[in-house]
Design a protein around this ligand. Structure first.
Ligand SMILES: [Zn+2]
Length: 133
């Protein structure tokens, strides 16, 4: 029963996201939904664990923490420190989600609406833009 309710909620959520993004290919949506569904779950988890502390710290303080974690990620990448990279990617995701919670931004909806159709500029996947990397 609980699983059916969850499936119905997921379907409703998917339809809302599709309507919001102006999507027209059902297969493509289903293929991409699994990936974006987990973003909302992670953001909810961060809210459950940290929202009270995040709210006390505020947006500016939380943003500072996010930038510190990005710096630590930069160091781990530069050193090719595998364990460090896993830790710092996780921390960056956590602080990014905390900041999104404080700013009342739904990360999943934001990511879906911007990237689910492919590159936001050329709409292709993989990107076919001619800009230099
Ligand atoms: Zn492109």
């Amino acid at each position: 029963m609980l699983q059916e309710i969850r499936a119905a909620l997921m379907l409703t959520r998917m339809i809302l996201l599709v309507l919001k993004s102006g999507y027209n290919s059902a297969d493509y949506i289903l293929q991409d939904m699994e990936a974006v569904m987990e973003i909302a779950g992670f953001q909810r988890l961060m809210r459950k664990i940290y929202f009270e502390k995040d709210n006390e710290r505020g947006r500016e303080g939380t943003f500072v923490w996010l930038t510190e974690e990005v710096g630590e990620l930069a160091k781990a990448v530069r050193l090719n420190d595998r364990v460090g990279m896993e830790t710092e990617f996780a921390d960056v995701m956590a602080w990014l989600s905390s900041l999104a919670n404080l700013c009342e931004i739904d990360l999943e909806a934001a990511v879906f609406s911007k990237y689910a159709q492919g590159c936001p500029k050329c709409l292709a996947s993989p990107c076919a833009c001619l800009e230099q990397t």
